[in-house]
Ligand binder design. Structure first.
Ligand SMILES: Nc1ncnc2c1ncn2[C@@H]1O[C@H](COP(=O)(O)OP(=O)(O)O)[C@@H](O)[C@H]1O
Ligand code: SF4
Ligand SMILES: [Mg+2]
Length: 330
């Protein structure tokens, strides 16, 4: 089955777009209107209950904005997100509160998620207090979440503040803090990028186990191939606000099809035997996301670009049963 077109996904984006107005500068006073930034551009994606999906791409390609749109932390310029089949744009009042419990963000930097003046105990209970969960259940829920992330019981953290914990412990606390609300879906934005290599493996292990034991759907946003390889069954590759390739992670990393994915995978040290295709050099940096692009957004950096690539925007189309690619030459 085409993973992107399943019958009843837990979460689904349809034609999702987000435009940001470029901040006015002094030069704008003289009437030069600066074009909007198309951070996310007509994205379709879907995630099943219990599925872990990676969203891969260089900095600035629109990953964080996509995650924030899926959680209704910002509203789209166009398109919508369906959660359990219902559009999240309509959610308000109790339904919005219920959605906020079921769909959680796990922060990149533990210090963004944790108030330095709150004890760990308070930080873990805070989401339960904020969403009005019966206080009699708080202790049990917190203990359960700590066990899920392989941390010791709450008594061991008594009176401790975030700065007294290690980076790896903090990242697990942040994950536990999301899990106390027993979500169905989490977005983890660059979840281990702040950690030393030595502690990353432990946290990645926890994420993998959380995935299989809780049946949680998750979107792991990362520029890190090792993370998606280890944690995600399916991966989406994003470039300039668009999904350019999608497929089962192992296959996609082993035999990338889109020139951008090929370059991305070549840019990091992975064992060469793992790759079935020749490396492909790309030129320059991520192009500017300002203005609606004509043709393929990747064409200025693509060593394989044809004349057609400047005229026609390639659409994501199926290649085999489980993969999709947006490129004229694939
Ligand atoms: N609040 C904002 N206002 C204006 N531009 C933004 C805002 N948030 C993101 N952008 C722009 O949108 C693009 C995508 O950003 P982002 O989603 O953060 O990418 P990523 O997470 O892949 O690094 C970038 O060009 C960024 O500068
Ligand atoms: S559509 Fe053209 S420019 Fe875009 S990735 Fe494919 S070959 Fe390169
Ligand atoms: Mg980001």
């Amino acid at each position: 089955m085409d993973a992107g077109m399943s019958a009843s996904p837990l979460i689904e984006a349809r034609g999702l777009s987000k435009r940001f107005a470029t901040p006015a500068r002094l030069s704008d006073i003289f009437g030069v209107k600066r074009p909007d930034v198309f951070a996310v551009n007509k994205v379709n994606l879907s995630i099943e209950a219990g599925e872990s999906v990676g969203l891969l791409g260089e900095s600035g390609c629109g990953k964080t904005t996509t995650g924030r749109l899926l959680l209704k932390l910002i509203d789209p310029s166009e398109g919508d997100v369906l959660f359990d089949g219902a559009p999240i744009s309509d959610l308000a009042g109790d339904a919005l509160i219920a959605f906020r419990q079921r769909a959680q963000l796990v922060f990149q930097n533990p210090f963004d998620a944790l108030n330095p003046r709150f004890t760990i105990e308070r930080a873990l209970a805070e989401p339960l207090v904020n969403t009005g969960v019966d206080s009699a259940t708080h202790r049990d829920r917190v203990e359960k979440a700590l066990a899920q992330v392989k941390l010791p019981p709450l008594a061991r953290f008594e009176g401790l503040f975030p700065h007294q914990l290690s980076g790896g412990q903090l990242q697990r606390i942040v994950l536990a803090r999301a899990l106390v609300l027993e979500p169905a879906f989490i977005v983890a934005d660059e979840p281990v990028s702040m950690l030393d290599v030595s502690v990353r493996a432990g946290v990645l292990n926890v994420m993998r186990e959380v995935r299989s034991s809780l049946g949680l759907a998750a979107l792991y946003i990362s520029h890190d191939l090792a993370l998606v390889r280890y944690v995600c069954s399916r991966t989406l590759v994003m470039y300039l606000g668009r999904i350019v390739e999608e497929g089962p992670t192992a296959e996609l990393l082993k035999a990338p099809l889109h020139p951008y994915t090929r370059a991305l995978i070549q840019a990091v040290p992975v064992p060469r035997v793992d790759q079935q295709r020749a490396p492909l050099p790309i030129m320059g940096n991520v192009s500017d996301a300002r203005g609606r692009p004509k043709g393929c957004g990747f064409r200025e950096r693509c060593p394989l670009a044809l004349a057609r690539c400047a005229e026609e925007e390639p659409q994501l189309r199926p290649i085999g049963a489980e993969r999709r690619v947006a490129c004229h030459i694939v």
